[in-house]
Design a protein around this ligand. Structure first.
Ligand code: TXA
Ligand code: MG
Length: 348
């Protein structure tokens, strides 16, 4: 393919040009509050097909439709379940994707042939202005090549997709830094398919019962969301995640770095600031994620840090888990997948 990818400013002219491209069935990456999306007209089958091609994504992995406002839901869903009404009112615009029955206007390519469609209303001024200007629902997966780390800056988008999409609107670094929470509200009990920017605790406060679905990467045939693949958001380097009490995890990291270094292998550490201070003497390559007590800071930096570390090609990347409360649950999920399921559990 030989498309020249334009870098558009996130101003009125840039957004107008991007909207014109979308209306013409072309592909435009744009910032959302979570990560950059690779957008195309959700109601145009050719544009939807082009998204899969540009990303190298299997047709079996469905796309999220982005709306400017929840009042546009009838354009893309056949029915709005009561739980969706409640969640939409409380949390949209925001990092929550809801799975609902597909509306007749939505091409089956968007839903990978399935009866349900994923929808969200992003909370980002550029995304909002672009969808309004385009005048159509916008289908957008994360703007990375399939299986790679999601982009939190325009330069990340270009690193993966330059020459494969028509434009990227450069709206700076995305605030949250990891993807939306995906919740299936088609059944009797809402089911969490992917932890993300909205925490499980918040969902349970609003809904009561929320089931944990598809958490096991080995779920197999009934795989509800391919974002659940064991290997996803992955760097090129091998990676291991260590889970357990902080003092044990730090001792394990120290031992493992010394072992790898003795074998002549370069190690990269993806760790919070406190760990960086305590492991600094080892002289390994460190990407600091911020204070361990601030999961929002860690989420914001996570993918850029992973990309930066990976670009320096260590033989092995080691990361430490930060628990499963609030946003840390989503961070654990992404680190587990980046590590292709290579997780070491430590206990007293
Ligand atoms: O924050 C986000 O969600 C970003 C921004 C751009 O909005 N988008 C994103 O899209 O992460 P993507 O395609 O990388 O991940 C969407 C996830 C995938 O795991 C996909 O399988 C799941 O949502 N999904 C999409 N449609 C679905 C459906 N109809 N049923 C079940 N899962 C679905
Ligand atoms: Mg993705």
């Amino acid at each position: 393919m030989c498309i020249t990818t334009k870098r558009l400013a996130a101003d009125a002219a840039g957004i107008a040009e991007a909207a014109t491209l979308l209306r013409a069935g072309r592909l435009v990456a744009f910032p959302t509050e979570t990560v950059y999306g690779l957008g195309g007209d959700a109601l145009n089958p050719a544009a939807v097909a082009a998204i899969f091609t540009a990303k190298g994504r299997p047709a079996s992995d469905p796309l999220i439709i982005h709306l400017a406002d929840a009042t546009d839901l009838p354009r893309v869903v056949a029915a709005v379940p009561p739980a969706a009404l409640r969640l939409g009112a409380a949390l949209w615009p925001g990092p929550l994707t809801l799975i609902m029955p597909r509306g007749a206007a939505v091409p089956y390519a968007v839903t990978a042939g399935g009866p349900n469609v994923a929808v969200r209303v992003p909370d980002h001024p550029v995304a909002h202005a672009l969808i309004v200007a385009a005048g159509t629902p916008v289908a957008a997966p994360s703007a990375n090549r399939f299986g790679h780390t999601s982009p939190t800056a325009a330069c990340h988008v270009l690193a993966d997709l330059d020459g494969r999409i028509d434009a990227v609107v450069d709206g700076g670094v995305t605030p949250i830094g990891i993807e939306s929470t995906v919740l299936d509200v088609t059944g009797a009990v809402p089911t969490l398919l992917r932890p993300g920017g909205i925490s499980l605790e918040t969902l349970r406060d609003l809904l009561g019962e929320v089931a944990l679905g598809g958490q096991a990467p080995t779920a197999g045939a009934g795989l509800a969301a391919p974002g659940l693949l064991a290997r996803h958001y992955a760097p090129r380097s091998a990676m291991v995640l260590v889970v357990g009490p902080t003092h044990l995890a730090l001792a394990w990291l120290r031992k493992r770095v010394i072992y790898e270094q003795a074998a002549g292998r370069r190690v990269g550490l993806l760790i919070p600031d406190e760990d960086a201070a305590s492991l600094a003497d080892l002289g390994s390559d460190i990407e600091r994620l911020g204070p361990a007590s601030e999961p929002d800071t860690v989420a914001h930096r996570l993918y850029a840090a992973l990309r930066a570390l990976d670009a320096r090609r260590p033989a092995l990347i080691l990361a430490r888990d930060l628990g499963a409360t609030g946003l840390a649950r989503a961070i654990r999920d992404r680190l587990t997948r980046a590590a292709s399921g290579h997780v070491v559990y430590l206990s007293r």
